[in-house]
Design a protein around this ligand. Structure first.
Ligand code: HEC
Length: 138
C-alpha cells in the first residue's frame, strides 16, 4: 500500500513538476551563485517574489505606468500585445507555449530589454531568477 502511494506520488510529481531544460538549469544555477554572492542569506528563488516583480507597476522612461503585464497581460497562458509596436505576443507560459524559457540567449536578451523598459535598469540575478521561477510555474 505504502509502495503504491509512493509510486502514485512519484508519477504525479513528475507530471506536474515544472523543470527548466539543461541549458536553462545551468543558467539558473549561475544566477543562483550570483545572488548568493550578493547576499549570503539568499536561500533560493521564489515564485511569489517573481509575481510581485511581474505585476508591479513602475514609471517608464516615457513617463507612463508600465509593468511586465502591460505587454504580456496578467494571464501568462494567453498572449499579450507589445505596446511599442502593437504586435501580438504569444503566451509566455511554457505550459501553453513549449518554446518559452528554452533558449538562454533569447531569455537573456529579452530580460535585459524588458527590465530596462519597466525598471529603467537591468534586473539583478535575484530578480531574474525570481521572475523566471514565477513564469515557469504559470
Ligand atoms: C514593451 C513590451 C514588453 C514589456 C513591458 C515586457 N516584455 Fe517581455 N517580451 C516582449 C517582447 C516583444 C518579447 C519577444 C517576443 C516574444 O517572445 O514573443 C518578450 C519576451 C520576453 C521573454 C522571453 C521568453 C522566451 O523564452 O521566449 C521573457 C522571459 C520576458 N519577455 C519577460 C518579461 C518580464 C520579466 C518583463 C517585466 C520586467 C517583461 N517581459 C516586460 C515585450 C515586453
Amino acid at each position: 500500500m505504502k509502495k503504491t502511494i509512493f509510486y502514485i506520488a512519484l508519477t504525479l510529481s513528475s507530471l506536474f513538476a515544472k523543470e527548466f531544460n539543461a541549458p536553462m538549469q545551468t543558467y539558473m544555477q549561475g544566477l543562483s551563485a550570483e545572488a548568493k554572492t550578493a547576499n549570503p542569506n539568499f536561500s533560493g528563488f521564489d515564485a511569489r517574489r517573481g509575481e510581485a516583480i511581474f505585476t508591479g507597476v513602475h514609471m517608464s522612461k516615457k513617463g507612463k505606468d508600465i509593468s511586465c503585464t502591460t505587454c504580456h497581460s496578467t494571464n501568462l497562458r494567453s498572449g499579450g500585445t507589445n505596446i511599442n509596436t502593437n504586435k501580438p505576443i504569444l503566451a509566455l507560459s511554457p505550459s501553453t507555449n513549449a518554446s518559452r524559457l528554452s533558449d538562454v540567449a533569447e531569455v537573456e536578451k529579452w530580460l535585459r530589454r524588458n527590465f530596462n523598459d519597466v525598471f529603467a535598469r537591468e534586473g539583478t540575478a535575484l530578480e531574474k531568477g525570481d521572475v523566471l521561477t514565477y513564469i515557469i510555474n504559470q
